[in-house]
Design a binder for this molecule. Structure first.
Ligand code: TXA
Ligand code: MG
Length: 323
């Protein structure tokens, strides 16, 4: 259990909230859509804490909240359409999914291993002030436990997360009450990934074209490979490995290693002392490193199904299945 502080919407509260975020803690804060559960997006261990607090059984890419369009452009690559949308609707209830920039500092875990990044500049004055003070991208899903409704005031947040997060910045009620509209500008026609606070019509009027349907946004299914919603390694992934072949790359968890691990091509340990939060923080970057070794197979030692282990195993099972 943590002691969850309720912070007031003044200079003292804001300074404390920014300090907690910069120290790797969890702070719920108001945006004009819903309250977000924030962590330093550049700190994978802090981001893993979001999943632990929410008890979310799988890793989704998270929205990184930014203080300005300028700082967002350090994280993502904005094509002409994305730039026009950002200039028209930011700050506001719009999230843009764009390719990662070479200078991107947002952690693999916050992006769920993808080469794209979800960015939003919220309009709520407290959110804006907090992001300016923190000076880093802040990853934040809605500040509720998994499976519950999104919170629109500090009492809702505490009802779900009291004792599980470091603080909530109390800014009264969120006005919009539904999540941000998510538009992907990755290649070709922009796609509506999720309807939300900015109506589709307003976006289409601005860019002068129809948005294509995304996974939740519309009727027609996405063409495979057009917008991967999950990172899939090139190598085959073999779960619950009891032993390792010489040509395999190895992903360990905990102090025990499967037979033959020493002969493996390359070995990384998600957490030597079996800490699932640390393991979650390393998951996507380690998968990428093992994949880059050129090994045809990544052998993964067993990981418990408790706590964040459920989300880690969910992700690994998808990686093992997607071919
Ligand atoms: O209003 C909102 O959007 C709130 C406030 C806190 O900002 N946040 C929110 O976050 O609703 P969340 O985690 O519930 O929804 C984030 C969604 C993911 O489920 C995913 O669909 C999409 O954003 N997303 C983020 N990054 C993405 C990416 N790189 N590729 C595809 N989808 C992405
Ligand atoms: Mg949510």
């Amino acid at each position: 259990m943590r002691q969850t502080q309720r912070l007031t919407s003044d200079e003292v509260g804001l300074a404390r909230a920014a300090e907690i975020l910069r120290g790797g803690g969890l702070v719920a804060f108001p945006t004009e859509t819903v309250y977000g559960l924030g962590a330093d997006a550049t700190d994978a261990q802090a981001v893993a804490g979001i999943y632990a607090a929410k008890e979310r059984p799988s890793f989704n890419p998270l929205i990184s909240h930014m203080g300005s369009f300028e700082s967002a452009q350090e994280q993502g690559v904005f094509d002409e359409t994305a730039r026009r949308l950002a200039e028209a609707f930011w700050p506001g209830p719009l999230t843009l999914v764009v390719p990662v920039a070479p200078s991107c500092t947002i952690s693999d875990l916050a992006r769920a291993g993808l080469d794209s990044v979800g960015l939003r500049v919220p309009a709520h004055p407290l959110a804006h002030a907090l992001l300016q003070k923190t000076g880093r991208p802040v990853a934040a899903p809605s500040a509720n436990r998994s499976g519950r409704v999104s919170p629109t005031d500090a009492d809702h947040v505490l009802g779900d997360l009291d004792g599980r997060i470091d603080a909530v910045l109390d800014g009264g009620s969120s006005q919009v009450g539904v999540e941000s509209t998510i538009v992907a500008c990755i290649s070709g026609t922009p796609r509506l990934l999720r309807p939300g606070g900015i109506p589709r019509e307003a976006i289409e009027a601005l860019i002068g074209m129809k948005l294509e349907a995304g996974p939740d946004g519309g009727k027609s299914p996405l063409a495979p490979g057009m917008l991967a919603s999950h990172y899939a390694p090139r190598a085959r992934v073999r779960l619950n490995a009891a032993s390792v072949e010489a040509h395999e790359a190895v992903l360990l968890f905990g102090p025990e290693a499967p037979k033959g691990t020493d002969a493996g091509r390359i070995t990384l340990n998600l957490s030597k002392n079996g800490d699932l939060v640390e393991a979650a923080a390393h998951l996507f970057s380690y998968l990428r490193q093992l994949d880059a070794s050129g090994a045809a197979t990544i052998a993964v030692s067993p990981i418990p199904e408790t706590g964040l282990g459920e989300a880690i195993n969910d992700r690994l099972r998808r990686a093992a299945a997607e071919r």
